[in-house]
Design a protein around this ligand. Structure first.
Ligand SMILES: [Zn+2]
Length: 251
């Protein structure tokens, strides 16, 4: 009887640890954010807009993942979702944006650039539709505050998303062409679970690889040496190639 209770205890502990571990992985918060935005997009009129969520495309041997695509006679809206907290800073062309908590500063890849790459690949898939307009939108689904976000590309809170899409009112395609465009995207769509898993593992590996480098005091951006520096808010890791490389990470 005692061993039974022990077994149950072990299983529960295991379950708890896996759940906690998963919630720390970069993909987890992202998935939650994507669900929130997918729910927002359901508010669009289905006769007017076709919504495709979480799309994997394979173009020229490279697989990419797009959070949401909205197809319409007005063009194609390419939506990148971020689920972050804290204060968000960034601009159109910098390599990284920052998320600032209380005293912690974390860098993340510029979502405007990330989405620009998505549109670049989509344009290859839809090369025969020259008249097609592409609209990049970055949505913040978390409780983060957009501070000093200076971009031409719309960067909006989730409750502004529908309004941003509806602002575009000039038709560039016929209804039939929208159906064709959707079919063409489906032709490139990866639905093979194995390929999707490989893509996710790749993203996860690069996340761990970045952390591994920082722990080994190697700059993940330029390969330089990381040194401990002292700033207004205490000690942090800085790149020895500063000012050429501006990598920092709080200790
Ligand atoms: Zn560096």
């Amino acid at each position: 009887m005692e061993s039974m209770a022990f077994l149950v205890f072990i299983s529960l502990a295991f379950l708890l640890i896996t759940t906690l571990y998963q919630s720390y992985l970069p993909g987890y918060k992202g998935t939650v954010g994507e669900k929130i935005v997918a729910r927002q997009l359901q508010r669009l009129n289905k006769n007017e807009y076709t919504v495709l969520n979480n799309i994997y495309l394979k173009v020229n041997g490279r697989s990419i993942q797009i959070d949401h695509l909205v197809l319409s006679v007005y063009g194609i809206f390419v939506i990148e979702t971020k689920n972050y907290s804290g204060w968000i800073h960034g601009n159109e062309n910098s390599e990284f944006w920052t998320q600032t908590f209380y005293k912690k500063k974390i860098k993340f890849g510029n979502p405007v650039k990330q989405n620009r790459a998505h549109i670049y690949f989509l344009k290859r898939v839809l090369a025969s539709y020259k008249q097609l307009d592409y609209y990049s939108i970055i949505v913040f689904a978390g409780d983060g505050t957009l501070k000093n976000v200076c971009t031409q590309t719309p960067v909006v809170y989730k409750n502004r998303l529908i309004k941003t899409i509806r602002q575009v009112k000039t038709p560039v395609l016929s209804g039939e062409q929208v159906v064709e465009v959707a079919d063409q995207i489906r032709r490139y769509r990866v639905i093979d679970r194995k390929v999707i898993k490989e893509h996710k593992n790749y993203v996860r590996r690069s996340y761990f690889e970045r952390n591994r480098k920082i722990n080994a005091l190697i700059c993940p951006d330029c390969g330089g040496e990381l040194v401990v520096r002292n700033g207004k808010y205490g000690e942090f890791y800085g790149c020895s190639n500063f000012p050429r490389c501006r990598f920092i990470q709080s200790l």
